[in-house]
Design a protein around this ligand. Structure first.
Ligand SMILES: [Zn+2]
Length: 336
C-alpha cells in the first residue's frame, strides 16, 4: 500500500490541512455472480419514460408524497413510482450532497411527506437533524443501501476529522455499481410497496423494467471492461471503489482537488506513483475546470478525463443510463 502526501489544500475544504493520498485499492474478484440476466430487448414502461418532469411540491393530489435526498435516490424512486406518487428531491441538482446544509423548505417537505428515501451509509449527514425538526411521526423511511455490504473508505489515513465523520459508515457511493444500483431499486420498491400497497402492481412493473435496464448496463460494462483487466486509474473523488471492484479495475489513488500550487516535490511524488502502478488515466468530474489538474495531467503525461459520479445532473430516470454509458466509454478509451 502506497501513501503519498502531495497537496495541502482542497477545493472543498480550504481551511483544513488536506491530503493527496495515493492508496492502492485491491480489487476483489469473484463478485460477478449477481447478474446473469441477459436482456437484449428493453421494454421501457411509458411511466418510466415520461418521468422527466421537474420535481414539484404537490399536496392535495391524493398521491403518496415521497421525498428523496439527492439525485440518484430521486432517479431510482421516480423510476419505480412513475406518476403513481409525488416525488421530490431535497438536495437540488448542482448542489454538493456531501456537505449539504438543510433549508427550512427541506424541513417542510419532510414534515408533509409520507415516505423518505435516502442512500444511507452516512452520506446524508444533514438528514438526522432535519428529520427531527420536521416532527413527522408518520414518516416511513427507506434506506436504499440496506443489505448492501459497504466497502471501507480507501483513504482513511490522511483524512481530516470532518471527512472521517462524513464517511464513518463506509464508502457511500454504491449507486455507481449497476449491480448494487439494482439492489437499491429493489429496496426502494419494497419500501414503497410497504408504505403504499395500493400501488404495488405499478411499483413492481416499473421496478422490473428499470432493473432490466440495469442488468443490460451491467452486461455492457462486463463485456467492455473485461478486455482491459486491472486497468488502473486515479480519481479526485473517492467515488468509484464499488465500480472498480465490480469490473476488476483498480482505483489506484484518491487525490483531493487542489486549489493551491503543487510543489515540485508533490508533483514528483505523483509522477512516481503513476509510474509505479502503470496508471492509465486521471479522472476529474464534470463541471470541474481546474488548471492545476490540467497541469498535473501534463506533468504525469496522462490525459485528464471526466467521470460522472451522478451526484448532480438531470432528474430524468434515464439520465442514469446516459451518464453511466458515457462513463463506460470514458473508461474504455482510457484503459486501452
Ligand atoms: Zn461523492
Amino acid at each position: 500500500m502506497l501513501q503519498t502526501r502531495v497537496v495541502n489544500k482542497t477545493k472543498r475544504q480550504s481551511s483544513s490541512i488536506l491530503s493527496f493520498v495515493v492508496l492502492l485499492l485491491l480489487t476483489v474478484a469473484g463478485c460477478s455472480q449477481a447478474n446473469t440476466n441477459q436482456v437484449k430487448n428493453l421494454v421501457k414502461s411509458p411511466k418510466v419514460q415520461e418521468a422527466a418532469s421537474t420535481p414539484t411540491s404537490s399536496s392535495g393530489t391524493g398521491k403518496t408524497k415521497v421525498v428523496t435526498t439527492f439525485l440518484p435516490m430521486y432517479i431510482f424512486t421516480k423510476a419505480v413510482t412513475g406518476d403513481a406518487a409525488d416525488v421530490e428531491i431535497l438536495v437540488p441538482p448542482g448542489t454538493e450532497v456531501h456537505e449539504y446544509q438543510a433549508t427550512p423548505n427541506n424541513v417542510k417537505a419532510i414534515a408533509t411527506a409520507n415516505v423518505l428515501v435516502k442512500n444511507g451509509l452516512g452520506l446524508e449527514q444533514f438528514l438526522e437533524n432535519t428529520i427531527k425538526n420536521a416532527q413527522n411521526p408518520k414518516l416511513a423511511q427507506i434506506d436504499a443501501s440496506i443489505n448492501i455490504k459497504p466497502l471501507n473508505e480507501i483513504s482513511p489515513v490522511e483524512k481530516t476529522a470532518k471527512e472521517e465523520h462524513e464517511h464513518a459508515e463506509g464508502n457511500p457511493h454504491v449507486w455507481l455499481d449497476p449491480v448494487l444500483a439494482k439492489q437499491q431499486v429493489m429496496n426502494i420498491r419494497d419500501g414503497l410497496i410497504a408504505a403504499d400497497p395500493a400501488n404495488k402492481a405499478t411499483y413492481e412493473a416499473n421496478a422490473a423494467n428499470y432493473i432490466k435496464q440495469l442488468s443490460s448496463l451491467n452486461n455492457e460494462f462486463e463485456q467492455t471492461l473485461e478486455k482491459t483487466p486491472n486497468c488502473t486509474f486515479v480519481t479526485f473523488h473517492d467515488a468509484y471503489p464499488y465500480l472498480a471492484q465490480r469490473y476488476k479495475l483498480k482505483q489506484l489513488a484518491v487525490v483531493e482537488i487542489p486549489e493551491d500550487q503543487l510543489t515540485p516535490a508533490d508533483v514528483q511524488n505523483a509522477v512516481n506513483a503513476v509510474k509505479k502502478y502503470k496508471v492509465k488515466a486521471l479522472f476529474s468530474e464534470p463541471g470541474v475546470d481546474n488548471k492545476l489538474l490540467t497541469s498535473l495531467s501534463k506533468d504525469l503525461n496522462l490525459t485528464l478525463r471526466t467521470l460522472d459520479s451522478l451526484e448532480t445532473g438531470k432528474t430524468d430516470p434515464q439520465y442514469y443510463f446516459q451518464a453511466m454509458k458515457a462513463n463506460l466509454q470514458t473508461l474504455e478509451t482510457a484503459c486501452k
